[in-house]
Design a protein around this ligand. Sequence first.
Ligand SMILES: *Cc1c(COP(=O)(O)O)cnc(C)c1O
Length: 421
Amino acid sequence: MPVSTAPPAAPTAYADFDALRRHDPEIAEVVLGELGRQSDSLQLIAAENFTSPAVLAALGSPLANKYAEGYPGARHHGGCELVDAAERMAVERATTLFGAEHANVQSHSGSSAVLAAYAALLKPGDTVLAMGLPYGGHLTHGSPANFSGRWFDFVGYGVEAESGLIDYDQVHTLARQHRPKAIVCGSISYPRHPDYAVFREIADDVGAYLIVDAAHPMGLIAGGAAPSPVPYADVVCATTHKVLRGPRGGMILCGSELAERIDRAVFPFTQGGAQMHTIAAKAVAFGEAAAPAFAAYAHQVVANARVLADELEAEGFAVLTGGTDTHLISADPAPLGVDGKAARGRLAAAGLVLDTCALPYGDSRGIRLGTAAITTQGMGEAEMPRVAALFTAAMREEGEGARKVRAEVRALAGRFPPYPG
Ligand SMILES: *Cc1c(COP(=O)(O)O)cnc(C)c1O
């Protein structure tokens, strides 16, 4: 049963493609080609989803023209009355949806949200405890290639070798040893719910702020399909474009006592003018996420991931942590005789698009996938064994066999158009 809240609509319902075609056929070809690519392959990148035509309409609207530095009622530009209304609605909907005292909806991306959270709470050189990158930490959790690793002193926690689960004793030991100013809980590939209450206890024990980077699970949290970090965290950072199915962007939730520091850390400290078309689109997405159909969607995303994880394990993949609680599956294809990089290439050739990920052991990489996008398309548990079977076929087949697998993926995708109409 399709659980998408997206009303059926032709792509032309949210943008004037004819004008783009006439005006710039080269870019029109890219845009329509990309719509074709998204429609005839399976988007299994864990961070991707299909936004609704309503979200795309707000994104492609004249709000994109408006300069609006500052916050509603206190802008540095004139003519902001209407975009102020959009931002007030986005904030109101976000605080209601997530039960937070304060929301900042201006962050341009998940990374910008994390940057602002650090700017609000930390000084350069402060110690921060976060999941190590080899275990699933994000670039903003201390990568030397990122501002975070350059400006702060990051200490990484890991997962237990056997279970693949967060080692809370290790988190506690490292916290006591290094006395971090902040502890970051969040990951790009951890498929289980973190125990936010335990993170809170550890943070309190060492007097650290708790920052939850919920970029991935925020949509599940909105739909009641994952526990909320809001009651436990000082600051919650998130993206709006992953399971939450909104426009590409970020958001920050916090209590009233940190509201002003967070707002000032976003603007004027780390950003300039707010992107009002995106903020309006975030408001649309929060509105959609508050509807009962979105709760059904979020639960279906998890149900699909659980079945797909079991099926992939049956096909021979080593599924990290033995399964999933979320939309996300991390797996090692080594038992099938290939590493993550080779697997990603073979799967992509078949139209099964996903990422590699670090593995908490050894040097080889695994694969990381998610069910957010295929669930928006209307796939349910019934389709998951088929998807898993296509995985093994894609890994095994060459030449004519591989072309057949590609055609089968195209046929499956064709039954679930992301933008029917
Ligand atoms: C996706 C993600 C981010 C960054 O989001 P961008 O919008 O790509 O900057 C940050 N942290 C975590 C844990 C993520 O999964």
